[in-house]
Design a protein around this ligand. Sequence first.
Ligand code: UDP
Ligand code: XDX
Length: 322
Amino acid sequence: MRPDAVTWFSGRTSAVRSVADVDVLGLLRAKRRGGHRVSLVLPARDEEATVGGIVAGLVERWVRLVPLVDEVLVVDSDSTDRTAEVARAAGADVVAAADVLPAHGSRPGKGEALWKSLAATSGDLLVFLDADLLGDVTHYVPGLLAPLLTDPQVGYVKGCYARPLEVDGRVTPAGGGRVTELTARPLLNALWPELAGFVQPLGGEYAGRREALEQVPFVSGYGVEVGLLVDLLGLLGLHGLAQVDLGVRRHTSQDQEALGRMAGQVVSAVLARSGRSGAGGLLTQFRADGSGFLPVSTPVAVDERPPMVTVPEYRAARAGAV
Ligand SMILES: O=c1ccn([C@@H]2O[C@H](COP(=O)(O)OP(=O)(O)O)[C@@H](O)[C@H]2O)c(=O)[nH]1
Ligand SMILES: O=C(O)[C@@H](COP(=O)(O)O)O[C@H]1O[C@H](CO)[C@@H](O)[C@H](O)[C@H]1O
């Protein structure tokens, strides 16, 4: 790593691998002293199998027992299963992404759900967790909040973790984060070497200050994480970014073809931010069908929403909330 990345990695990486690793009551005092309000957001598309357990555990611990969190919102991203009902029964507020800022239409994708969450929440601090996480993620919330509550210089915090790979029920202790290792990390090291210290640049668990998040665009699909990282580097500088080692992250993984499409979206977001548009914006993959190869093409061109602070309805709502 370049010296600036080395310095950042050693100075801006903390560790919260369990609740025992963090002074929760100290964070609660810091939250109250700072007059902060915390919104926990989970973007969810067809996550009925996992979203209920995640929400129930976090609501019990961080809303009821120790009120680090003031609102828990599941953004239902065009689910076709019972995600919304399960999340609501577990104690979350639920909103359909398509119902937020309806005058601005509705686009598919995780980034769209995250962008809309800014208009559907009120916290000055936001924590984002995927809704397909497996295992105990209780400590993720205080771990991600700690740098924001204790260091005013930090505006954005990404979780990092070991990532076991679970495919067809078989678990290998490493190997997860395939798009990260095979696409995002090489591209970021080549184009933004100052970001080389991020262990999990694509990780779906992160937290940030609203005043920063509302000033950057949100890539509508899976390019949202890499887009946010590069754009927040520009807005906050490397010293405004941090990461926290949360130990291990398990989630329900997608197949290689799906991850290929995800990688295509990540590459498009990177190319757009490095001054080169992805020429065709189309990714062609091939399925072996026994008698040859069937080409399957998917649009991966960057589609993004503007900084939320430019949306009149958002500004009006925030002004009214003051
Ligand atoms: O169009 C989408 C795609 C994904 N997601 C959610 O974003 C998170 C991460 O997506 P996914 O699990 O598909 O990515 P992976 O973790 O496999 O990389 C999960 O909570 C998904 O339900 C979403 O809200 N809308
Ligand atoms: O990090 C990665 O390579 C991908 C895929 O992870 P796996 O190979 O399925 O463990 O997962 C992340 O990438 C997505 C795109 O940024 C994020 O939206 C997901 O939250 C995150 O899990």
